[in-house]
Ligand binder design. Structure first.
Ligand SMILES: Cc1ncc(C[n+]2csc(CCOP(=O)(O)OP(=O)(O)O)c2C)c(N)n1
Ligand code: SF4
Length: 269
């Protein structure tokens, strides 16, 4: 029997409670690597849905990639889509149930490579959905291969000497690209590696759901994240590397608000 005076008993006693999991995350342990931003992003989105009280009206669409099991972690109605097709599936769901809150949750290999067409056309059409785009610069789940978002010089399992732009082409800033399309109403880039970053992302995620009540088009939020396993770094080092290397190329901030470009971060480099 647990000693009532043990450190564990003190930590879990109700008066010392400082953190509780949102009921919109299931009890199932996350399949993500410890320290990966995916789990935090999941939680923040679920917190927003819980705080808005819209769990019964929300439908999430997750594709393949490390987020493939999102439907097992997110305690709301979810639909699986094949690789890259989430914006098309979300389009169908939203058109069948315009009163529902519909979002996709996609990695960069998914959204910016295999699903480029679905992403661009859903954004251009101005579907009234939210798109969450977790950019960790590589294909995490399948072994860390180069993605469209792999930085120049960045190592991946298929660019072991670093991405050579002359040979492999330029990385794709798809977030800036979709911001140029008339169908996007809100476009922003965030991260989830510090408490401040989480708060900013959470505010934007809430706005993305609020926007659906306005019927003005796509709310698109990129979350620059680590892939500590794929990058072969400790979680702390991965977060530092992300700040030093990913942020200069993928700067956090608002890109389009209420249908208007905020030009500072929208310039192509
Ligand atoms: C149509 C299709 N093509 C390829 C795959 C193989 N596949 C599964 S996950 C994945 C990479 C996912 O990478 P990303 O979208 O960046 O997500 P991450 O795992 O990094 O979160 C690939 C290529 C697939 N499942 N379906
Ligand atoms: S492989 Fe990368 S993206 Fe996937 S769970 Fe692990 S750290 Fe996260």
């Amino acid at each position: 029997m647990e000693d009532k005076n043990s450190l564990y008993a003190q930590i879990v006693s109700p008066e010392n409670l400082v953190y509780r999991k949102t009921p919109l995350m299931t009890e199932k342990p996350l399949s993500f690597c410890p320290g990966c931003g995916h789990g935090v992003a999941h939680r923040v989105i679920m917190e927003v849905i819980e705080e808005m009280g819209i769990q019964a009206e929300t439908i999430g669409v997750a594709p393949v990639g490390c987020s493939v099991l999102a439907y097992e972690f997110m305690n709301i109605d979810m639909q699986q889509a094949s690789h890259g097709r989430a914006p098309a599936v979300a389009t169908g769901i939203k058109r069948c149930w315009p009163e529902k809150f519909v979002f996709t949750y996609q990695g960069d290999g998914d959204l910016a490579a295999i699903g480029t067409a679905e992403t661009i056309h859903a954004c251009n059409r101005g579907e009234n959905i939210a798109i969450f785009f977790v950019n960790n610069g590589i294909y995490g789940m399948t072994g860390g291969q180069m993605a469209p978002t792999t930085l120049p010089g960045m190592r991946s399992s298929t660019t072991p000497y670093g991405r050579d732009v002359a040979l492999m082409g330029n990385p794709l800033k798809i977030t800036e690209l979709v911001a140029m399309l008339p169908g996007t109403y809100m476009v922003a880039r965030h991260s989830v590696h510090t408490p401040l970053a989480v708060r900013k992302f959470k505010k934007a995620a809430r706005q993305a759901f609020e926007n659906q009540k306005l019927n003005k088009g796509v709310s698109f939020i990129e979350v620059v994240s680590n892939c500590n396993s794929g990058w072969k770094m400790t979680p702390n080092d991965a977060n530092k590397w992300m700040e030093q290397n990913m942020f200069p190329f993928f700067p956090p901030g608002d890109i389009k608000i209420n249908g208007e470009m905020v030009t500072k971060t929208a310039k192509a480099e």
